[in-house]
Design a protein around this ligand. Structure first.
Ligand code: NI
Length: 253
């Protein structure tokens, strides 16, 4: 079995959602919300497809538009049996530098919700490694977390792992110039890594530049196997076990 731990499957991006979900067979997809509009789509998908689970949250890029109602929506739906976390949430200082305080506020409010309901958090963090780390540490959460699309240094990887985070590894790993990420994957034990696509974005080679889909995690798994000199089967087995643990899927599968 394999699990794509992070995908966005919206009707705004795909007219063949049925097809790409069915292509996964019995393999699991965890779809991630980013705003109330998309959180509602996540709920529709998890209800419709057996092999789809979801997380709901407000993405940092949507922080400026976020209202109390949006946070309330998360709380009202967080205990749906197929909602396995709060996400994606976090900080993005690459695209948005002007509202850093607001991003932090919305991020922390959602961490508090996750803690209250003991849910995993899926974290988007770009150009904000230290700030993200500091918030997670200060909040002293004792909940499981995933740094999705991990893009930071090996040192930061080790620090996040000490906090109990797992690292989401996606298509970027297959790009020739992604030397930093290849180093992280080489040095970090497989027990801390998760497979993800971040569909529709970041297609791995050989599909770079095309629209991504969950099945493409096979190319990420193959690249991890190559870098770590392990078999493809072992990479699938261990990363699947990791995802089941980090999203508490055991009782649900
Ligand atoms: Ni994402």
């Amino acid at each position: 079995m394999m699990i794509d731990t992070h995908a966005h499957l919206s009707i705004d991006d795909y007219d063949n959602i049925d097809e790409i979900i069915n292509k996964m067979g019995n393999n699991i997809i965890i779809v991630s919300g980013s705003s109330t509009k998309y959180n509602k789509e996540v709920l529709m998908l998890v209800k419709k497809y057996n092999n789809v689970y979801g997380t709901i949250g407000i993405h940092p890029e949507c922080a400026s538009d976020a209202s109390e109602d949006d946070l309330k929506f998360i709380e009202e739906n967080i205990n749906h049996p197929k909602i396995v976390g709060v996400g994606e949430i976090g900080l993005d200082y690459y695209w948005n530098k002007e509202n850093k305080d607001l991003q932090k506020e919305i991020f922390i409010k959602q961490l508090v919700i996750a803690k209250k309901y003991n849910k995993t958090v899926v974290i988007h963090s770009r150009d904000s490694a230290q700030e993200t780390y500091d918030i997670l540490k200060e909040q002293d959460l004792h909940i499981k977390s995933v740094i999705h699309c991990f893009s930071y240094s090996l040192e930061m990887a080790k620090e996040f792992i000490k906090l109990g985070s797992m690292l989401g590894i996606g298509g970027i790993l297959t790009f020739k110039n992604s030397l930093k990420l290849k180093e992280v994957v080489k040095e970090i034990d497989l027990d801390h890594l998760l497979l993800e696509t971040d569909s529709p974005y970041l297609s791995p080679e050989p599909y770079r530049g095309h629209k991504n889909e969950p099945y493409n995690i096979i190319y990420v798994a193959k690249e991890i196997a190559k870098i770590k000199e392990l078999s493809y089967e072992e990479v699938l087995e261990v990363t699947t076990k990791n995802a089941i643990y980090q999203f508490d899927l055991n009782s649900k599968l």
